[in-house]
Write a protein of this length. Structure first.
Length: 688
């Protein structure tokens, strides 16, 4: 539907408070050139060309301040930081997977980086530039969906190195993303597989604990063959084309035989990595007032060596009087321990319960009791008696944080805010956003536990306690009140509604709803709190939909638009069109395919692959992800790719897709201005 906004509507929208403008990332090589008519004369063009040629290269970026500080501490004695807390970023909801942010004044850590994590961190002012360690529990989209975008952001902000720990397939994943990320020479990506020794820095020591699922003989056979048994057939089908097109040539990955595919496949869904994190001990604080009362020379140069000895636990003698450390210092903090556990299915329960490293931090163990256990565990596993029995082995003082789909929290508050305010102007074009809620009941746990919320904190130091001061609230009344405070806004809204022009057929209830276009993103170069990357849903009819581009966070946008009806919507999706290979146009595809398969299973509908229309390079990425992370190729029906070394416009690709899926030409013309010859073949597509 084409909607012409009246003058009053445009004025009302302009009166809403706008956020500061952010410039997108633009490559210098892609910068537009001024037309010749605007340059004045050829001599000016020559001068501009000479200036570009003689331009000096940009100096290297200055080292970030926190990086310089870390380097200065590297060779000093390890003293635990004063403040450490663990904070939920994504609480584990379906649209925002579980991700944990750990803060100290020395380091920042991220446990799992699902799709949408970067946008949440940007919205809630958790600085990605300070991240230097990312820990992954397993290789699946729930844990790595936002990793590629996060790496690109870290590179652009000048972070020199990022250490990543997790399953060994992580190295293959990082190689695969270079298909669309380009060179990553400006950032060192260090990978520490679970076989490496423990990791230690200025804040804590992290031990990786591998857990291998119990497998049947058929599982081991399928795993040894490199994944799903029909993988070869799927690869051949993915590369099908029109008869007039030739097979792919140089620079593309061929399907290969079953043997070749089995040799290169390293996918291992039976591996999950748990993490044991122990903070470094912290010396007690020196009590100045107590020291003065005991006659110590506070405020003079002589007090320095005395403080050092007392904080090291040594007694001193001053003016003939012996002073014990506990008289002038608070007790030392030995360093609390927290665990991060990911138990995705019941096959991992027995290996988890039998693990001796984790048992050290339970009742009767050789180590101090864990202060916090983070459970990235689905509700079906939490309900099992075995898992609940394992949780009860921890001390009664141990806190448990549950991160799964049973959470009830709003993550993207800014999206809800701006949509609520725009809804006042036109409720049909800007419907209020919804929230997906799981229908599964919560497990009854008999240990101290709390369900995760976005930005919920557990402070590990100086005092172990929960903190909810940063948890965002989504108050519709407050959003409306803020908009009403803009001078003349409500008056303009009323006049806008008065002058709205509505089709008489729609007023009588006889208008056609379809086709319908839903803008899931505004073409932002990277996910932001007020904008999202490219993604446009076209509902052709009540039973069929098309998606134009699918950047990171597209599924989350669908959840906010359709709420609990997102599964029904996904079952109608038949085609995904990707214009080009940039990350902001396609990194949401894998999650969309996985969620669509889940929706079909939940609603009891037969599975049908999605028709994918995209450049050939995307198949290299999908093939490598399929081989090393998750089975994904069976979700795609076709991969329609242009000929090698030939320029093919997105319109030509899209026209071929429409032709092969046999969509209604009337709908096509309505949106895309399709022109056809007498035989019904599409000869041209233009945007309206």
């Amino acid at each position: 539907m084409h909607v012409a906004f009246p003058r009053w509507c445009r004025q009302a929208a302009c009166r809403l408070p706008l956020p500061p403008r952010v410039s997108p990332r633009v490559s210098p090589r892609a910068s537009p050139r001024a037309p010749a008519a605007l340059t004045g004369c050829s001599s000016r063009r020559d001068m501009a060309t000479d200036a570009v040629r003689n331009r000096k290269p940009k100096p290297p970026k200055d080292t970030l301040r926190h990086v310089r500080s870390r380097e200065s501490r590297k060779h000093a004695e390890l003293h635990g930081p004063s403040t450490v807390y663990a904070q939920a970023v994504g609480a584990g909801a379906r649209e925002n997977g579980a991700s944990l942010y750990v803060f100290s004044e020395y380091n920042r850590y991220l446990f799992n980086c699902g799709e949408g994590t970067q946008r949440l961190m940007q919205e809630h002012k958790l600085k990605a530039a300070r991240l230097d360690n990312i820990f992954l529990t397993r290789m699946c989209w729930d844990t790595v969906g936002g990793l590629s975008g996060m790496i690109l952001t870290l590179k652009d902000t000048g972070v020199p190195e990022c250490v990543m720990s997790g399953p060994p397939q992580l190295e293959k994943y990082l190689s695969a993303i270079r298909v669309f990320s380009g060179p990553l020479d400006d950032i060192r990506l260090s990978v520490r597989p679970y076989t490496e020794p423990e990791y230690k820095d200025n804040t804590m020591t992290v031990t990786q604990v591998p857990l291998f699922a119990e497998q049947t003989s058929s599982d081991r056979t399928r795993r040894g063959s490199g994944g799903s048994g029909n993988g070869r057939g799927q690869r051949k089908e993915l590369w099908q084309r029109d008869e007039s097109e030739q097979r792919m040539s140089d620079g593309s990955e061929s399907p290969g035989t079953d043997t070749e595919r089995g040799e290169r496949s390293t996918r291992d869904p039976s591996l999950v990595v748990a993490y044991v994190c122990k903070l470094h001990p912290k010396k007690g604080n020196f009590l100045v007032q107590k020291a003065k009362e005991l006659g110590l020379p506070v405020g003079t140069a002589a007090i320095g060596p005395l403080i050092s000895a007392l904080k090291d636990g040594k007694s001193i003698t001053y003016d003939g009087k012996e002073i014990q450390p506990d008289e002038v210092c608070t007790p030392a903090d030995p360093g609390p321990v927290f665990l991060v556990i990911d138990c995705p299915s019941e096959e991992f329960i027995q290996p988890l319960c039998a693990n001796q490293i984790l048992a050290r931090y339970q009742n009767g163990g050789s180590e101090a009791d864990a202060a916090l256990v983070v459970h990235m565990t689905p509700e079906s596993v939490l309900k099992t008696l075995e898992y609940q029995s394992w949780m009860k082995r921890f001390s009664s003082s141990t806190e448990h944080l549950i991160m799964n789909e049973q959470v009830s929290t709003i993550h993207n508050v800014r999206s809800h805010k701006i949509q609520t305010q725009l809804n006042l102007i036109h409720s049909d074009i800007f419907p209020e956003l919804q929230h997906y809620t799981s229908k599964e009941s919560q497990a009854a746990l008999h240990v101290p536990n709390i369900r995760a919320e976005c930005l919920l904190k557990f402070q590990l130091r100086p005092k172990a306690e929960w903190q909810r001061d940063a948890v965002p609230t989504c108050d519709r009344k407050e959003f409306i009140k803020e908009a009403a405070e803009v001078p003349n806004f409500l008056h303009e809204v009323e006049e806008c509604k008065h002058f709205q022009t509505t089709d008489s057929a729609v007023q009588s209830g006889k208008g056609e709803r379809y086709p319908e276009v839903l803008f899931l993103g505004t073409g932002s170069a990277l996910p932001m709190k007020i904008r999202n990357v490219s993604g446009t849903l076209v509902n052709i009819s009540s039973t069929q939909s098309l998606l134009l581009d699918c950047g990171e966070g597209t599924f989350g946008q669908l959840c906010r638009q359709y709420g609990n009806g997102v599964d029904e919507m996904l079952t109608k999706l038949s085609t995904v069109f990707v214009s080009h290979i940039h990350a902001d146009h396609h990194t949401g595809i894998i999650n969309l395919l996985l969620q669509r398969e889940r929706a079909l299973r939940i609603l009891g509908k037969p599975f049908t692959p999605v028709y994918l229309v995209a450049p050939t390079q995307i198949m290299t990425w999908l093939n490598q992800y399929h081989d090393h992370c998750q089975e994904i190729l069976s979700h795609i029906k076709y991969g329609l790719c242009p000929k090698p070394h030939a320029y093919t416009t997105p319109s030509v690709l899209f026209a071929s897709a429409l032709k092969q899926t046999s969509w209604d030409c009337k709908c096509m013309r309505f949106y895309f201005g399709a022109q056809m010859d007498t035989s019904g073949n599409i000869v041209k597509i233009t945007r309206r």
